[in-house]
Every structure is written in structure tokens, then in C-alpha cells.
Design a protein around this ligand. Sequence first.
Ligand code: ZN
Length: 273
Amino acid sequence: MKRSIGFAAALLSGVLSASAAQAQSGVEKLYVLNCGEGVAGDISRWSPGVNEGKSMDFSDNCYLIKHAQGWFLWDTGIADAVAAMPDGLAPADPKAVTWHRPKTLASQLEQIGVKPSDIKGMAVSHTHPDHIGNVEMFPTTMLYVQKAEYDWPGANNQPRFKKEHPVTLLEGDRDVFGDGSVTILSTPGHTPGHQSLLVKLPKTGEIVLSGDAVHFKSNWDNRGVPGNNFNKDETLASMQKIADTLTKDKAQLWINHDKAQRDTLKMAPEFYD
Ligand SMILES: [Zn+2]
């Protein structure tokens, strides 16, 4: 008798937890945040020998995702401090991008009504400064990063992240919420542990946020690999992995730095659902 009550209780709790899990499944919204705007001095830097001397506008996006289990931030952009620099942040190499911050990340989160401490998880595509500028605005948020990126020595052998920042080190793809709605895709090459994000939205459908696996559309169409790049073969293989994902999941490709594409997107506080 005792055993059958126990069994019924186990069965009931199993049913309850299954329905609770169902209610907590899925992405609800995705916001595109302005995390920088810039001008590249010479775009042949991203496709050697092509368009030499040609300047181009660049965008820099962050993406805030509302999942039933909590908020998730993808990339953190140019440091908010750049918003106070009237001439922007000039690069050491004049061919690279001079960045401006027309809006801070903090002000855009505030407008949506999200506090940094509300954000449960975050990931950055890679550790170049236009993507990690505000990681420490979220000192308690779990950071998902590839081990290869985390262990990659920075300038003067400095670590890429603060040791005390909570971190989950990845070695490959990761289904962040366990329901297939937000998946980190390992796409190395631009840097040792570069990663991209596959997001499944209820109405908009599937989107790949490609970080800097590719920098703008003509480089995607022509498989252009930048000069400043860690491993060309890995970069090409990662572009193919993204192309296969677009086909398999009928996903859209959103290229972070492609200003022309960004101009077609709804920006926060508007959102995609
Ligand atoms: Zn970048």
C-alpha cells in the first residue's frame, strides 16, 4: 500500500514537473540593441585585395532575448564610456573602424525595463573589444564562452575575462535552456573560440546571429576572410556550418556589423517575437 502511494505521488510530481517545464519553454522576444556605429577606413582589411581604399559604415549590435526561464544577452558591444567621447574611439590602424556610441547599452536596457542583475545568462561571440566592452556591467550574470577563447592569452598575456566572473566554459555547441530555442554554435576561426547563436522565435522563426564569423554581406556571398583573423580554414569551415544551419533550420542570417542590414531591422524598444 505504502509503495503504491509513493508510486502515485512520484507519478503525479512527474506530471507536474513536465507541465511546469512545458510552461517555461521557449523564446518570447528578441530586442536588437544599438551597441555602436562606426566608419571603417578601408574595407579591404576584411577582404584582402577587394575594395581597397573603400570606406564603409559599420554597425555593432547587441541582442537581448526574453526566454520563459529568464533574460539572455548576446554580445555587449563597444564600451558605454565611448558615448562620452565626442570624436569617438579611433583605432590604432586607420584602416580599421572608428566607433561611436550614439546610445549606451545601459540606457537601452533601462528603456526596456531590464536591470543588469535581471539578466540570467550572457554570451559573447568573441573577445574583440567591440563585443566585450560591457561584460562587467553584468558581474553576476553567467557567461557562456568557449574554453578556447577563455584560455586564449590577451595582450601582455592578460586573461580575457575577470577570474571572478561566473563562467560556463564550452567545448562545442550548447543548448542554453535545454529546449532548443537558444543554441550557441561553435564557429571558430575569426578567433580561437568564436561562437554564433541560433535563436528560434515563435512568429519570426529562426535566426542565426553570426557574430564576426562574417563581417558584411559581400564577404558572406564571396566567403571573404579578414586579414586580422586567427585561422582561415576554420573560418571557412564555420561559414559552411552556418550556411548548413540556414538551410536545415530555414534560418535568417543576421550579420552584426552589416550596417545596410541593420537599417532594415526593428531596433529596441521594438522587438521581434
Ligand atoms: Zn566585431
